[in-house]
Write a protein of this length. Structure first.
Length: 90
């Protein structure tokens, strides 16, 4: 189970810029991304930002509705493809 402590600040900072309804209360791993305003165009922009931020290409098989369902599911996908040395700086 992913906790807020497991999700790096860099990831959350990048993510929140794509969530118009996130507010200032912070994000929890179980937060629904669609309910926070992430739409299909936002997914494309977010994916581009995450790939640039972390210098990675998210594999096509991870670009699914389930991946972009919650904060935690998205972090599991991104964190799962980061090399160990990049994860430490994530």
């Amino acid at each position: 189970m992913v906790t807020t402590m497991d999700i790096p600040r860099t990831f959350l900072t990048t993510l929140v810029t794509h969530l118009p309804y996130a507010g200032d209360g912070g994000l929890a791993p179980s937060d629904d991304l669609a309910a926070l305003g992430l739409d299909s165009m936002g997914v494309v922009q977010l994916l581009t930002d995450l790939e640039e931020t972390y210098g990675l290409d998210l594999p096509d098989e991870l670009i699914t509705e389930e991946t972009f369902e919650t904060v935690g599911s998205l972090w599991r996908a991104v964190g799962g493809v980061l090399p160990a040395e990049r994860f430490a700086d994530a």
